[in-house]
Design a protein around this ligand. Sequence first.
Ligand code: ADP
Ligand code: MG
Length: 249
Amino acid sequence: MSLLETQGLTKEFGGLTALNDVDLAVEAGELVSLIGPNGAGKSTLINTITGQLSPTRGDVYYDGTDLVGMKPFEIAQLGVGRSFQTASILPELTVRENIQVASFAAEHGSFRINFLRRRDSFEEVQAQTDDILETIGLDSKADSDARSLPYGDKRRLEVAIGLATDPDLLFMDEPTAGMSPAETEMTVNLIGDLLTDWGMTIFLVEHDMDIVFDVSDRIFTLHQGELIARGTPEEIREHPAVREAYLGG
Ligand code: ADP
Ligand code: MG
């Protein structure tokens, strides 16, 4: 079995079918990208896999476990992480504290925990936090208030928060949105590091097609909630339905 599989995954919002019978599989160690126009259902797909939304129909298997009905923190504990498209940052806390809180929330299923009392796990979390800060390149800003970070660093902190749950599979929803070219390049390098140094499997939603075609092992194309194409970057570039629906003919 693949690391991740969806079978007939469907999500309806009232009369709107945001996801329609989506079957996909992701193998361990792959970088797959999901592309599709605004409103295609990309974020909904991630949200139904990671437990923020429950599917109307269908199944999601991660490493053989059916995730449907599980809470987001339970899914995170299995090794499925995500960096959010919308801010998950706690602005009053420092960069380091944001990562620590995310680690504890992942472990205990709640932000409402006095984690300083739990010494053993606190030391573990500190070591892990230092690792993440270094990987993300935020170590020099560890003690800055999150709210004072420039935009690109905030987006990277969101990735760091995603890493705090120690995932084997990481969902990244438009990680470079709004970034400068330099920040974008840093993020692309980071994605490469996560794949090669951390051995992660990555599921990327990204609007910049140059990045998608450059980094992906395989690409899924979503159009109005349906997967209309899947394949290698070469296959997707030449796919008639993709060219028509998305790449502009
Ligand atoms: P994408 O991420 O590809 O831009 P989304 O998954 O955000 O697309 O949205 C897919 C469709 O579902 C859109 O038509 C959107 O308006 C709708 N949608 C998304 N989330 C909700 C929600 N919580 N309630 C109602 N409709 C939603
Ligand atoms: Mg989206």
